[in-house]
Design a protein around this ligand. Structure first.
Ligand code: ARG
Length: 466
């Protein structure tokens, strides 16, 4: 005889219920209840298919499908009592269905297993998150495009090694992030397309002897097709790994931009002013306005990449097909998804609200001998020097300016000619930052015309109206 306390779903061969610690390590209901809507959608599709193929009767299928809607509304209203003894969302829903509709509930699990059920639910959940990430990325890209358009010709220093390198335009810098988030967007879309195959009907691992129609359930759940190998269908978590690695790369981009905002909003830079809505104060220093949102976005990459690493490690040694290890996939993905969406939204809000300080950008643009390359290029173009020699001459002129404590445009013509006697007055025309940026007309360069061309291209790509 089966002990009263053994599991009502699978306890047939068990004489006793689980130890409390066994129950604690085994249960996933604490977190997988987030997939309730997906679980019920999957079960409703499965029940309809079982009836259509004659595996169960129409009236049983109807009772099941309606009962599942009742369960869903109980969950949505917060009235559902989740039970740890019933392990996971799948068994919690089915057990409640049985309470509501009685015996027909027992026919729902025909021709499927929790293994294809969980893979299906989780895929549907991840797919929704990819859609949310797509919206979040599009919104962020639009906010960056608005910033780029407003300051397409505003000059600022461009850096390498965080040392002033050459002047660039504000629009150009914003558009660099549009490119990065644009690639993230294409990774999101690509991952969604690749993952969109239905595991449902793979059953435990080998398929089923019931005459099921996997095409039908795939269509009902908006999958492109059923997954073609039942062993793979139940043990594949590539879709979760791709989600996490896509999120990780995007989080790296968010973090790099966040780092720039932290630097740029400091009193030493004053390149941007963040809005009050996206800043915080200090409890002791009344003057402080801290870029906490940027700092937290910068930190999110840690946990998102941590989730990616964790799931890679969970999966790497698993023999086919399903192992319970795979239950560890969800918390990592849930946490990464929550924080990715939050970081995208916070970044969009910050970018929309922030003000670029045109004067500070411009005055910094000319510092640090930022037009030295333009001077070297002039020596090549006008005097016909080989670039290496021009580089050397310019270096000497920088050393003179440094000694005199002035910038390159402040050097006298005698200073210039003391290093290279053929230099003429014409050289001063290339030493302004405006000239420098306008001259960089190469495709993808920082010249305002080039930046505007890229803004136009991206606006068309993301269907921009703002
Ligand atoms: N809660 C399980 C999970 O998340 C569902 C699948 C259980 N399958 C099994 N054979 N025990 O992976």
């Amino acid at each position: 005889m089966t002990d009263q306390s053994s599991n009502q779903m699978w306890g047939g061969r068990f004489a006793a219920g689980p130890d409390a610690i066994m129950e604690a390590i085994n249960a996933s209901i604490g977190f997988d209840q987030r997939m309730a809507a997906q679980d019920i959608a999957g079960s409703r599709a499965h029940a309809a298919m079982l009836a259509a193929t004659g595996v169960i009767t129409d009236s049983d299928a109807q009772a099941i499908r309606e009962g599942l809607l009742t369960v869903l509304s109980e969950i949505e209203r917060g009235e559902f009592k989740f039970s740890t003894a019933l392990e996971d969302i799948h068994m919690n829903v089915e057990a409640r269905l049985k309470e509501i509709i009685g015996d027909p509930a027992g026919r729902l699990h025909t021709g499927r297993s929790r293994n294809d059920q969980v893979a299906t639910d989780f895929k549907l959940w991840v797919r929704d998150q990819l859609d949310a990430a797509e919206s979040g990325l599009l919104a962020l890209i639009r906010a960056l495009l608005a910033q780029a358009e407003a300051g397409a010709d505003w000059v600022m220093p461009g850096f390498t090694h965080l040392q002033t390198a050459q002047p660039v335009t504000w629009g150009h810098h914003m558009m660099a992030y549009v490119e990065m988030f644009g690639r993230d967007l294409s990774r999101v879309r690509d991952a969604r397309t690749r993952m969109n195959e239905s595991p449902l009907g793979a059953a435990a691992l080998a398929g089923t002897s019931f005459p099921i129609d996997r095409q039908m359930t795939a269509e009902a759940l908006s999958f492109d097709r059923p997954a073609a190998n039942s062993l793979d269908a139940v043990s594949d978590r590539d879709f979760a790994l791709e989600f996490l690695s896509t999120a990780s790369i995007c989080a790296v981009h968010l973090s790099r931009f966040a780092e720039e905002l932290v630097i740029w909003s400091s009193a030493q830079f004053r390149f941007v002013t963040l809005s009050d809505r996206f800043s915080t104060g200090s409890s002791i220093m009344p003057q402080k306005k801290n870029p906490d949102a940027a700092e937290l976005i910068r930190a999110k990459v840690g946990r998102i990449f941590g989730a990616n690493t964790a799931l890679m490690m969970v999966m790497k040694g698993l023999p086919l097909a399903y192992s319970k290890d795979m239950q560890e996939d969800k918390e990592q993905v849930f946490d990464a998804a929550d924080n990715w969406m939050l970081a995208l939204a916070a970044m969009e809000g910050m970018v929309k609200d922030m003000t670029a300080n045109r004067e500070s950008l411009a005055s910094a643009a000319g510092s640090g001998f930022s037009t030295a390359t333009d001077l070297a290029d002039w020596l090549v173009r006008v005097l016909g020097l080989p670039f290496r020699d021009a580089h050397h001459v310019t270096g000497s002129l920088v050393a003179i300016a440094e000694k005199k404590g002035c910038d390159l445009p402040d050097l006298t013509l005698e200073d210039m000619q003391s290093v290279k006697s053929e230099i003429t007055d014409d050289v001063y025309s290339v030493l302004t930052v405006e000239n420098s940026v306008h001259s960089r007309q190469s495709y993808g360069g920082t010249a305002p015309d080039q930046v505007r061309a890229q803004i136009k291209r991206w606006k068309a790509l993301v269907g921009c109206e703002y």
